[in-house]
Design a binder for this molecule. Structure first.
Ligand code: ZN
Length: 242
C-alpha cells in the first residue's frame, strides 16, 4: 500500500498540478490531503475540483473552515483574512459543498491524520519537541501525519528518545518500530526556504517515507495573485519559500 500525501495547497493550482503529475508518475494506491485547499492563493475552485476528483481522504484546514464560514474571519490576521474574504466571494457552490464535508482530523489504514495537531487539530503548529511529543502521545496510531506549518518535518519517538529534523527534498525515513510524526510540507506556499512544491510518498508495507519537491511555474501563480488583487506579500513570499 503506497500513499501520496499532500497538504496546504492554498489555491495554488500550478503547484498542485505539478505535484499531481509527479504523483501520477509514482502511481500510488491512494492520495491523502491534510487540509487547507484554499486561502492565500488565486485558484480556489480549480484546486477544490482537483482534490475532490483525486483524493481518497481529505481533511479541513483552518483556512477551509474560515472560508466555509465555520471560523469567524476575525480569528484571522492580515493577509489571511483578506484572502479568506476574497475566496468566499469567488467560491463556487461545488467547492463550498466539498469544504462543507471536511473535518480537521481523520484516520486511514492505521495512520492518524490531523491538519494541525492531536491536541488542537485546527490551530496548533507542531514545530517544537513538546508539541510533537504531545501529539505522538495523544494519537492512537504509531504513525501520525500533520500539515499546517508548511514545513516538511520528520520526528520519531523511540522509548523516550525524540529524534527529528526538517525533511528537505530527498529525505528518506524508516518509520518501523517507532512512533513517528511526519509533515509533508506545503504544496502551495512552502515556508522552509525551498520554494518548490512539497509532497510525501509513504510505503505502509515497507514503513518508509520519502519527502519530495517539484518545480512549478511560481511566476504564473504570482501573476494570478496580483491580477486578483490579493495582497502583494502573498505573491512575493512564494519565490522565497517563506
Ligand atoms: Zn496552510
Amino acid at each position: 500500500m503506497r500513499v501520496a500525501v499532500v497538504s496546504d495547497i492554498h489555491s495554488n493550482l500550478h503547484a498542485l498540478e505539478a505535484v499531481l503529475a509527479a504523483i501520477d508518475a509514482e502511481a500510488p494506491d491512494e492520495l491523502w490531503c491534510l487540509g487547507d485547499l484554499v486561502g492565500y492563493g488565486p485558484r480556489p475552485n480549480e484546486c477544490c475540483a482537483a482534490v475532490a476528483e483525486r483524493a481518497d481522504v481529505c481533511l479541513a484546514g483552518n483556512h477551509d473552515l474560515a472560508v466555509r464560514g465555520t471560523i469567524d474571519l476575525e480569528e484571522f490576521g492580515g493577509e489571511a483574512a483578506v484572502a479568506a474574504s476574497w475566496t468566499r466571494d469567488v467560491l463556487s457552490s461545488e467547492a463550498q459543498e466539498l469544504l462543507d464535508r471536511l473535518e480537521p482530523t481523520g484516520a486511514a489504514h492505521g495512520v492518524a491524520l490531523y491538519h494541525g495537531s492531536a491536541r488542537d487539530p485546527i490551530w496548533e503548529y507542531v514545530l517544537t519537541d513538546a508539541s510533537a511529543v504531545a501529539t505522538l502521545e495523544l494519537a492512537d496510531s504509531p504513525l501520525v501525519l500533520v500539515g499546517h506549518s508548511h514545513v516538511a518535518l520528520q520526528i520519531a519517538l523511540s522509548g523516550d528518545e525524540l529524534e527529528g529534523a526538517l525533511a528537505p527534498a530527498g529525505t528518506e525515513v524508516d518509520v518501523d518500530g517507532v512512533r513517528a510524526l511526519l509533515n509533508p510540507g506545503s504544496v502551495g506556499q512552502p515556508r522552509d526556504e525551498d520554494p518548490r512544491a512539497a509532497y510525501l510518498l509513504l510505503d505502509l508495507d515497507a514503513r518508509r517515507a520519502s519527502f519530495r519537491r517539484v518545480e512549478y511555474d511560481v511566476a504564473r501563480t504570482q501573476r494570478e495573485i496580483r491580477d486578483a488583487g490579493l495582497p502583494e506579500l502573498l505573491a512575493a513570499r512564494l519565490e522565497l519559500g517563506l
